[in-house]
Design a protein around this ligand. Structure first.
Ligand code: 13P
Ligand code: ZN
Length: 272
């Protein structure tokens, strides 16, 4: 068996967590990441037929993901520590055949368990897989400017998206389908998971009002890059929100851009 800490999926996960911490998006244990790992990717590093280290009840039905492996951040674990100690701060789990339990194959070395937001993650994985068979990653984070913008901008999906599209020319190309918005809700429970997953059928990005954001993608880079782009646009918004606005990217210009790059965008989010 090869050294699992050297596995590309492990190194990329640790690197992503380190970048999220470096950018100030994930204070303390704020945020969580889950990524599908294929058996082909995992088998050089783990004996997949061995009995699991532990079984942890999921508390919801994940039977459509039975047998799927996920690398997941641990609950209460600090993003700043993931890279220096992946085996304590991450776990590799497999959804049991009946979809009721997580079988721990590696990690959570100190007796820990998966993120409290696993319902939102696994339900979002199900939703994204139903529209994109290549989907792999869900990231939840608390990026500063995105969060700040929640307090001073309307939380309407169309208005929030359109404002962000206006902040940086390339936003409409990066997230042409826009951003799903949820009102403030209790986190860490099945109902916010169900609400997030319902939005994830339509959007790769979902804002949890006054809490943070979810991003999804076929890779860690895609999910990270979506959040990074939103956060950059939100930063430009926050830097300019109280200043007189002299210029803007007009709706016709956003349309010209999307048409030139052949991007299918939410036309009803523009005022044309
Ligand atoms: P966990 O530490 O359980 O991952 O929770 C962090 C968080 O961001 C909750 O929304
Ligand atoms: Zn959170």
């Amino acid at each position: 068996m090869n050294e699992i800490l050297k596995a590309p999926f492990m190194e990329e996960m640790a690197e992503t967590a380190a970048n999220m911490y470096r950018l100030g998006w994930d204070e303390r244990n704020g945020g969580n990441i889950s990524m599908i790992v294929t058996e082909k990717e995992a088998s050089p590093y783990l004996e997949l037929s061995a009995p699991p280290l532990r079984k942890i009840p999921l508390g919801f039905d994940a039977s459509s993901l039975a047998g799927t492996l996920f690398l997941v951040t641990g609950t209460g674990k600090y993003f700043k520590n993931v890279k220096k100690d992946p085996e304590t701060n991450l776990g590799l789990i497999r959804v049991s055949t009946d979809g009721a339990q997580a079988e721990l194959l590696w990690g959570y070395k100190d007796g820990g368990r998966f993120t409290s937001e696993l319902p939102a993650h696994l339900m979002s994985h199900m939703a994204r897989l139903s529209v994109d068979p290549e989907h792999k990653v869900i990231i939840h984070s608390h990026p500063t400017n995105t969060l700040a913008m929640n307090f001073v901008h309307t939380l309407d999906e169309r208005e929030f998206t359109r404002t962000l599209w206006q902040m940086c020319t390339e936003c409409i190309l990066v997230f042409p389908e826009g951003i799903g918005m949820l009102p403030w809700m209790l986190c860490g429970c099945n109902s916010i998971g169900e609400a997030t997953a319902a939005k994830m059928k339509e959007f790769r990005l979902v804002v949890w009002a006054m809490h943070g954001i979810y991003g999804s993608g076929k890779s860690l880079d895609e999910a990270f890059g979506l959040i990074e782009t939103v956060e950059k646009a939100a930063q430009v918004y926050m830097l300019t929100a109280r200043l007189p606005r002299l210029n803007t990217i007009r709706d016709e210009e956003l349309k010209t851009l999307a048409d030139a790059f052949g991007v299918s965008y939410r036309k009803d989010f523009l005022g044309l």
